[in-house]
Design a protein around this ligand. Sequence first.
Ligand code: PLP
Length: 387
Amino acid sequence: MSLFDVYPLFDVTPDHAKDVYVYDAQGQSYLDLYGGHAVISIGHSHPTYVEAITSQVSKLGFYSNAIQNPLQKQLSEKLATLSGCEDYHLFLCSSGAEANENALKLASFHTQKSRVLAFKNSFHGRTSAAVAATDNAKIIAPLNAQQKVDFVEFEDLEAVEAILSKNETCAVIIECIQGVGGLDQCSTEFCKGLEQLCKMYNTVLIADEVQSGFGRSGDFFAFQNHHITPGIISIAKGMGNGFPVGGIMIHPDIKASHGLLGTTFGGNHLACAAALSVLEVIENENLMDNAKARYQTFLNHAEAVSELKAIKGRGLMLGLEFNFPVATLRKNLLYKQRIFTGSSKNPNLIRILPPLSIKDMHWDLFFEALHHELQEIKLHTTTNTAT
Ligand code: PLP
């Protein structure tokens, strides 16, 4: 049986990895500035993480949600402490899309309404309601198109109010720093306005922190920069450092009842052990402080790149926007300079999402490589124009 061919693949075969480097079987190293779509938070093969998963799987890897699982309790307590979201409740699942699917469903149960408001260039995953709230017609099947979603531009509070005032919208879902969409951010004024409108019209504000959460923005959650209180926070990616784990954190205003949500795999012993070890390392190695500090040094480097049109994002969720499509530049960075970077909906933007353990010496390597490849592209363009 061949694989269902849905992914365009780079010609690289990772074999093992350590911290911010990935290696192929021949030992060729690649500097990982992408973390496999923002998943690697504490660094590849971190010893604390390896030990936690290894010892848990040798004891008890899985049992269902029909029994007592003290690891879930430990995880919710540690997450509350580190995030500062002390009074929220935790429901665990296994991916980002599943987290958003549950968030949207819960908002609909809670308000008994069915429309969703999302933002232009959003990405919330590929399951039914999550993909319908994603601004990309190409990945929405007719089945998903049955969902009723309104898309609004960031900063347009008037448009938000015009929709919410019809009293049909159960949830507003927002990435305070957009990931796949291209690293655009909303303002504090806009966030505060959204929070107020959601309260006014009985709509649940969902902060999608699947990509921006777990310290990547420099705060535990990106919404915390704007001092708002979402009804639901969705989490995944960096939470498991590669182990498939996700969840939603639910404000106490939204009540639970038996059978309201459920999953077979979510919150299993192994997933909890992985997520707990990630939190332990984020705390012990001050990785949120590192994200903030490395952002400043990144800015110093990036501001000296004359070809740049804009620097987007914050913390270690960053975008470098140029005046030209970056596909060739990214390929050269990968195959010639051995550096992984990411793409986005914006064809002119390089996405940078490194492990939160990155050091300044890695920025030095990256910017030297970037300058070199930009120079090569310039030389090529000049030669081609001259001939
Ligand atoms: N939400 C955001 C903001 C994302 O960036 C993603 C994935 O890129 C998702 C949700 C979906 O997560 P998953 O691929 O784990 O389903």
